[in-house]
Design a protein around this ligand. Structure first.
Ligand SMILES: COc1cccc(Cn2ccc3ccc(-c4cc(N)[nH]n4)cc32)c1
Length: 239
């Protein structure tokens, strides 16, 4: 059975969306992964298929009902080990380690909220992972789900050929990737760094490592601190 993304959403027509194009689209056509949508509206209550209600305690907007979301989650034949993820600005940050974990299993169930979000009780009852793709507020979980799925699909076996860029060059060693250059050798008065044209592979590898460290130090002090801690930790362990 191919790696399967089970997506619970009020907008099933948003999937596979951009993931139906290019590498991900070809992989979908080749059954290297599957995209299964479940329309939350079909689990709605009454004649109008109601899925939301006013927030207890007052406040703006509406909240998605726990009984509706629970019935939808129950309808997903989740294989053992498949993670169930709720995208939310209130979640912990999504990391490449999470992506590796999701792709190591049989698939992932993604719950896409709308309105002000989903009643907390169903997320607790079903031990749903609450994950954020960044500190900004989207209109709903679908676009966040597409981001998560893009990161997963590119890691699946057979999706990224050898010709494609590194499967997960960034973040695999906890550092940001080095800058990239191609022809022409000079453009707009700017030259490609000489070392990249030297043919000296050891010097190129050293330069790229130094660039990764510089970019990480300058742009992501959080990743840099974790990197230092890991490298210090491992050198102590090696004795
Ligand atoms: C406190 O949560 C919210 C407060 C006001 C509005 C919304 C809008 N909204 C509804 C469902 C939903 C699902 C995901 C996200 C989302 C995820 C990330 N990383 N950003 N935004 C936003 C969503 C949510």
């Amino acid at each position: 059975m191919s790696w399967t993304a089970a997506i619970l959403t009020l907008f099933p027509e948003m999937f596979p969306g951009p993931l139906g194009q290019s590498l991900a689209g070809r992989a979908l056509d080749a059954d290297l992964w599957r995209c299964e949508t479940h329309d939350l509206r079909s689990f709605g209550l009454g004649r109008h298929k109601t899925v939301d209600d006013t927030p207890c305690g007052g406040g703006a907007g509406m909240v998605m009902r726990p009984d509706v979301v629970d019935a939808a989650l129950a309808s997903v034949s989740r294989n053992d080990g498949a993670s169930c993820v709720y995208l939310t600005p209130r979640g912990r940050p999504l990391t490449q380690a999470d992506i590796r974990r999701y792709t190591a299993g049989s698939g992932v169930t993604l719950l896409c909220g709308r309105y002000e979000g989903v009643d907390e009780r169903v997320l607790e009852a079903r031990s749903v992972e609450q994950v954020s793709i960044g500190d900004y507020v989207l209109s709903g979980g679908e676009t966040a789900a597409l981001v998560l799925l893009d990161a997963c699909v590119r890691l699946l076996p057979g999706v990224m050929g050898s010709a494609e860029s590194g499967v997960e060059e960034s973040f695999s060693d906890g550092l940001l990737e080095y800058p990239h250059y191609t022809r022409p050798a000079e453009w707009n008065g700017r030259a490609v760094p000489d070392v990249l044209l030297s043919g000296n592979h050891a010097a190129i590898a050293r330069w790229r490592r130094e660039q990764s460290e510089r970019v990480t130090r300058e742009r992501r002090p959080d990743l840099w601190a974790a990197h230092l801690s890991n490298t210090t930790h491992s050198s102590v362990q090696e004795g």
